[in-house]
Design a protein around this ligand. Structure first.
Ligand SMILES: Cc1cc2nc3c(=O)[nH]c(=O)nc-3n(C[C@H](O)[C@H](O)[C@H](O)COP(=O)(O)OP(=O)(O)OC[C@H]3O[C@@H](n4cnc5c(N)ncnc54)[C@H](O)[C@@H]3O)c2cc1C
Length: 339
């Protein structure tokens, strides 16, 4: 234990998206004396994380190696966000509580979510009156309360706190692990891991969204075929979306845009003629299972944490805690072997 305190491990976190920065901060909080550097070639608004609306609502394509591990990641993430929500920092961190309706014209079961129904304060079927809130023809629905994290706020908030506590940030693209000289490296490179690790199981799921001016919108809505409407902290709401498997197209597609707008207006007619502020595209780093595990690459100890697909904002904390536990075990066993 005494040797542990004297030894100052030199650790890098590759990636400054929601996963990398969350790993860096949790690791820093767990091992105060560590020398930690975040290395990335994209920051804040240039990351996929800042395309996301950041709602806490997992889909069944979010999978760890077992159901128990998946559930632990989700539950730990929920309590991490709740802890921030309880503090005066919540606003600055971009974390807000959010009421959400999910409607379907076709199937009641798609409005349920067994991964969070035991976790969130309210998850219940809607009544007839609530069905009238949306446009015409919606037959089924559920209402639930959840949280949402806006990375435009969360990433700078986390980066400030990390740097204030002695963390370092380096802007650099990494082409191979062998170029790195650290005791341990966290690999939180999202889609970048495809090239860095030659990981063919990592596939983009392309998303496209509108940012629109809707300060009156206070509730989130989901409909069939990936339609969603999520209010934003600053009066700018997110309208989505599409899920295009294995598409690398980073251009805004006008056909997707027309379909998204049509579905969102069908879901909430008040959005007709809403002012569009921006359109964005992002590639969700999808992998089954999400990769949280250790590997030794060219004598370098690496802990991977990537492949969160469409759920990386909500589940960054739970997977980060797991990655940090693994890293501490790896570092401890290394230190013990040197005693
Ligand atoms: C349209 C859309 C909507 C979404 N909505 C939600 C939602 O509501 N809720 C939710 O939880 N999730 C949502 N997501 C998913 C979420 O955005 C991702 O799961 C999450 O951002 C992944 O985070 P990340 O940190 O792994 O990746 P990124 O944010 O992409 O960050 C990767 C980091 O790694 C760095 N990097 C990569 N390769 C290298 C390299 N070779 N050298 C140096 N640095 C490197 C990059 O520069 C960057 O800093 C959505 C995604 C999209 C596209």
């Amino acid at each position: 234990m005494f040797k542990m305190v004297k030894n100052t491990p030199k650790v890098a976190v590759l990636g400054a998206g929601v996963v990398g920065l969350t790993v860096a901060k949790i690791f820093q909080d767990r091992l105060r004396h560590a020398d930690i550097t975040v290395v990335a070639d994209k920051f804040k608004g240039d990351t996929v994380s800042c395309v996301a609306a950041g709602i806490f609502r997992p889909g069944l394509s979010f999978r760890g190696p077992t159901y128990e591990i998946t559930k632990r990641w989700i539950d730990n993430s929920w309590y991490y966000w709740q802890d921030i929500l309880k503090t005066s920092e919540a606003d600055k961190a971009g974390v807000v509580a959010l009421s959400t309706y999910i409607f379907s014209k076709e199937n009641y079961h798609t409005t349920r979510n067994r991964l969070i129904e035991d976790l969130v304060p309210i998850y219940r079927p809607v009544d007839e009156n609530e069905l009238q809130i949306a446009g015409k023809g919606w037959k089924y629905g559920s209402y639930f309360t959840t949280v949402k994290t806006t990375c435009d706020y969360y990433l700078p908030w986390l980066e400030n706190s990390f740097v204030k506590s002695g963390g370092k940030i380096v802007n650099r693209k990494i082409d191979s692990f062998s170029s790195l000289n650290f005791d341990l490296v966290f690999n939180c490179t999202g889609m970048g891991a495809k090239y860095l690790c030659n990981d063919y199981d990592l596939v983009p799921i392309r998303g496209q969204i509108f940012k629109v001016k809707a300060p009156w919108l206070k509730t989130a809505f989901y409909g069939d075929y990936d339609a969603y409407i999520i209010p934003g902290q600053d009066g700018i709401a997110t309208l989505g979306g599409v899920r295009q498997y294995d598409s690398y197209n980073m251009q805004v597609c006008r056909h997707d845009a027309a379909a998204i707008m049509e579905r969102c207006v069908d879901l909430l007619p008040a959005l007709k003629n809403v002012e569009v502020v921006a359109q964005k595209v992002g590639l969700r780093p999808h992998r089954v299972p999400v990769r949280v595990e250790a590997e030794v690459i060219d004598d370098l100890k690496v802990v991977h944490c990537y492949g969160h697909g469409g759920y990386g904002v909500m589940c960054a904390p739970g997977t980060a805690m797991h990655a940090v536990d693994i890293a501490l075990d790896v570092l401890r066993s290394n230190i013990r072997s040197k005693i």
